[in-house]
Ligand binder design. Structure first.
Ligand code: FO1
Length: 313
């Protein structure tokens, strides 16, 4: 059994790789919901949908989010009416948000809805929201204004400096059913190459999750989302330096040292291995750029085996 902590695009790629090397029914993904947003009266869960669509083989590989072969007639018509169209919801993606919102009105939990959607799309892995309670990521911009995650990420194209991050509701949130159990019982827990601050951070902010991962640190493997000081996609490097963390694989290792015994970094960062091992983690250096499904499976194999090696040691 593999349990993964997952955000959006990078996590989805690695999870698809893992599903290519082990039985998908042996995978549980605990997914960030801090990115969730309500727009047009619809409940949208971007990281859950990105993981679901990718594992279903329906995702748009180039964009990283949303569905392949998508059309945008509704958004274009909405724009013509002067409605909000900055957050692009494709015509077939909208069905997911309509379904989720209807089921929430019927009293279903996000866990139940996520299971219904992923099962109907043929996903055989278990996809769990980190919590069924609302947890919302807010970022304080250097201007002092506080904005929601999607405003920061999409409306402001995440190129505004940030001075603080908080997860509204985290202290009152309860892990979704099965989350703690899947973290305790997995052979290996993998921290996916997602943004450590605003994708993995919200998951760890739900009471009980961080302690459960730390309690089995020996078989926890983290994959760095930062390569040669940069995030392949998104603002992880900038956010880290804006919040006084070193924007490097070593900086990521320091954030995860209390949770994971093994850190996987890219060959471009081989020189950082000694620095990382000084934090008490073992360091695996490999190609972490998942530019093809085969490379994602190679990385997945290293991640699944890496924990075995720390067993061996
Ligand atoms: N990301 C964007 O950069 N622009 C968008 O218009 C956009 C729309 C969108 C719609 C549905 C969805 O599930 C994801 C979407 N994303 C979009 C990605 C979203 O911002 C994610 O939260 C990020 O990928 C970070 O995980």
């Amino acid at each position: 059994m593999i349990t993964a902590l997952a955000g959006g695009v990078g996590a989805a790629r690695l999870l698809a790789g893992i599903a290519g090397v082990i039985d998908p029914t042996e995978i549980t993904a605990i997914i960030n919901t801090g990115d969730d947003v309500t727009l047009h009266g619809l409940h949208i869960s971007p990281d859950i949908d990105t993981v679901t669509y990718t594992l279903a083989g329906l995702g748009d590989a180039e964009r990283g989010w949303g569905l392949a072969q998508e059309t945008w007639h509704v958004m274009d018509a909405l724009a013509r009416l002067g409605g909000q169209a900055w957050f692009r919801l494709g015509d077939t993606d909208l069905a997911t948000h309509l379904y989720r919102t209807q089921r929430i009105h019927e009293g279903a939990t996000l866990s139940q809805i996520t299971h219904e959607i992923s099962s109907s799309l043929g996903v055989r892995s278990s996809l769990l929201p980190m919590s069924d309670d609302p947890v919302k990521t807010y970022l304080t911009l250097a201007s002092g204004e506080e904005v929601g995650f999607q405003d920061y990420f999409v409306r402001f194209h995440h190129d505004v400096p940030v001075s603080a991050i908080r997860f509204e509701g985290a202290s009152r949130a309860v892990p979704s059913p099965g989350v703690i159990e899947s973290l305790s019982s997995a052979d290996t827990v993998i921290v996916c190459p997602s943004n450590p601050l605003v994708s993995i951070g919200p998951i760890l902010s739900v009471p009980g999750i961080s302690d459960t991962v730390a309690a089995r640190r020996d078989s926890v493997v983290a994959v760095s989302p930062i390569i040669a000081g940069r995030a392949l996609k998104g603002p992880a490097d900038r956010l880290m330096s804006e919040l006084s963390h070193e924007p490097s694989a070593a900086g990521v290792a320091r954030l995860y040292a209390h949770l994971a015994a093994t850190m996987i970094i890219d060959v471009a960062d081989a020189a950082l291995a000694d620095d990382i091992e000084a934090t008490g983690m073992s360091c695996v250096v490999t190609d972490t750029v998942m530019s093809t499904p085969d490379k994602a499976m190679e990385l997945a194999k290293r991640a699944v085996d890496a924990s075995g090696s720390s067993h061996a040691a």
